[in-house]
Design a protein around this ligand. Structure first.
Ligand code: FUL
Length: 479
């Protein structure tokens, strides 16, 4: 009798327990989830170009031109850390083919430079600096190589992959491998000094190169115009797209193809998770040029970039090029640190946490509205499977000034929301503050200061029941 009672009780409990929503569409891999958390990190463009005042080296530069007088990777790392960045991606090899590490497979590297008597290794120094400051490290290995005599033949792929193996074996954990899509044509090519064209679609045999990365650095994400893990945003102006799906039909694309128009928004019905990364430079050029010392982006401009990248469901990869000393220039450092201070002020006054919150519908008690402002990214508000229209109301308790909203979907279950809006309750009416399309990992939206006691977030279109993990409200300085 007792046994039957226990069985019945178990049945009853398991029947009333509400199941979490099923994932909808493509979902991020573990490595992509870790990448989403990175949000903001440094790009470092540094090579012979720093010394020859060029953006694209021809490939015939003498190794001796590379001679930084005071290279200090720990200065880069300290600045990155102080600026609130989480990692550094370095141009281990740019299009000129010069390697910042003593590769066994070429003479065109630091080993034939005067720097540290040819015994130096920028990557080794950067690894140590990243470790000292708790930063992740990534590498850019340009597929286009204007120095290599075998570029455009099958032999070059062996060379390229050997170099990739060196980078992925000798420098600890790499969080991102950056595959550039540029293939300009003319170059030194071992002395041939000619134009060499390749077929972007077939020449590099990308799937087999990707395999090497998976094998040697299983947690690294790979970036290119078309993924496989992270996609280019389609411009170098720092502009993420307001509508930004983390989805892409990447099989139809390849690095260097003409896809910029698609890459900004991604594809609503794309069949892979391939989120966007915004790469942009703090100066007009990617490499350091003395004449651009006065053209460093202002802290205010960097804050705008932050809103148009991290605030639009993208990561921000901000380039800060070292100068001829091998140091980040004072002007860049000043701007970066002031930007950090601006950002801290912008987001210092969070108003939603712990406030009373209600939802038009919920899935069950484990998925209550209060999960969105409990500070826990692992809990979320969800509705029943068929409820794709729903809203949340935050009761601020008293008349409060608000001008920013931050929303996050619980992306482990896919990207779902297609249309949303935020409103404030003012003079007895709901007044629209913003409307939008996608959310994804994170959106941060601005609106003019409003004084209100209640904010409503309505989801009016979603591919499946919405799953919202976080909601924050701010009163940022200014209007
Ligand atoms: C481009 C390159 O051609 C630029 O030199 C720079 O490295 C930028 C990040 O990617 O495709």
């Amino acid at each position: 009798m007792k046994k039957i009672f226990i069985v019945l009780l178990i049945c009853l409990i398991s029947c009333t327990e509400v199941k979490p929503p099923e994932p909808y569409g493509p979902v991020p891999s573990e490595r992509q989830l870790a990448w989403h958390e990175m949000e903001y990190y440094m790009f470092v463009h540094f090579t012979v170009n720093t010394f020859t005042d060029k953006e694209w080296g021809y490939g015939d530069e003498k190794e001796s031109v590379f001679n930084p007088t005071g290279l200090d990777c720990s200065q880069w790392a300290k600045v990155a850390k102080d600026a609130g960045m989480k990692g550094i991606i370095i141009t281990a090899k740019h299009h000129d083919g010069f390697c910042l590490w003593p590769s066994k497979f070429t003479e065109h590297s630091v080993k034939n430079s005067l720097w540290r008597d040819g015994k130096g290794n920028v990557l080794k120094e950067l690894r140590k600096a990243c470790d000292d400051y708790g930063l992740k490290m990534g590498v850019y290995l340009s597929p286009w190589d204007r120095n290599s005599g075998v570029y455009s033949t099958p032999e070059y792929l062996i060379y390229y992959r050997n170099q990739l193996r060196e980078l992925l074996t000798d420098y600890g954990n790499i969080f991102e491998v950056w595959f550039d899509g540029a293939n300009g044509g003319d170059g030194f090519y071992g002395g041939a000094r000619e134009t060499r064209r390749i077929d972007n679609k077939t020449y590099y045999d990308w799937p087999n190169t990707h395999q090497i990365v998976r094998e040697l650095q299983p947690v690294a994400v790979m970036f290119s115009d078309a993924g496989p893990d992270v996609r280019w945003v389609g411009n170098e102006r720092g502009m993420g797209s307001l509508t930004n799906w983390c989805l892409l039909n990447k099989d139809e694309m390849y690095p260097g193809g003409d896809f910029a128009a698609i890459l900004g928004e991604g594809q609503e019905n794309g069949n892979y998770w391939v989120p966007a990364e915004v790469d942009v430079s703090i100066r007009p050029g990617w490499f350091w040029h003395e004449k651009q010392d006065s053209q460093v982006r202002s802290p205010e401009n960097l804050l705008e970039l932050y809103y148009s990248s991290v605030g639009r469901n993208s990561n921000l990869l901000l380039n800060v090029p070292p100068d001829k000393r091998g140091l980040l220039h004072e002007n860049d450092v000043k701007s970066l640190i002031a930007f950090k201070e601006l950002r801290d002020k912008e987001f210092s006054n969070e108003l939603a946490k712990g406030k009373k919150i209600s939802a038009s519908c919920t899935r069950g008690k484990e998925y209550n509205a209060s999960n969105v402002n409990d500070g826990n990214p692992d809990t979320y508000w969800a509705t029943k499977d068929n409820q794709t229209i729903a809203d949340l109301v935050i009761d601020l308790g008293s008349q409060t000034e608000v001008n920013r909203i931050l929303i996050q979907e619980y992306i482990k279950l896919g990207q779902r929301v297609q249309e949303y809006k935020a409103e404030a309750f003012v003079n007895g009416e709901w007044t629209k503050l913003i409307e939008g399309t996608t959310i994804g990992h994170k959106v941060i939206r601005k609106f003019p200061v409003v004084k209100t006691s209640k904010i409503r977030i309505s989801i009016s279109k979603s591919k499946a029941c919405p799953v919202i993990s976080n909601l924050e409200l701010y009163r940022a300085p200014g209007n």
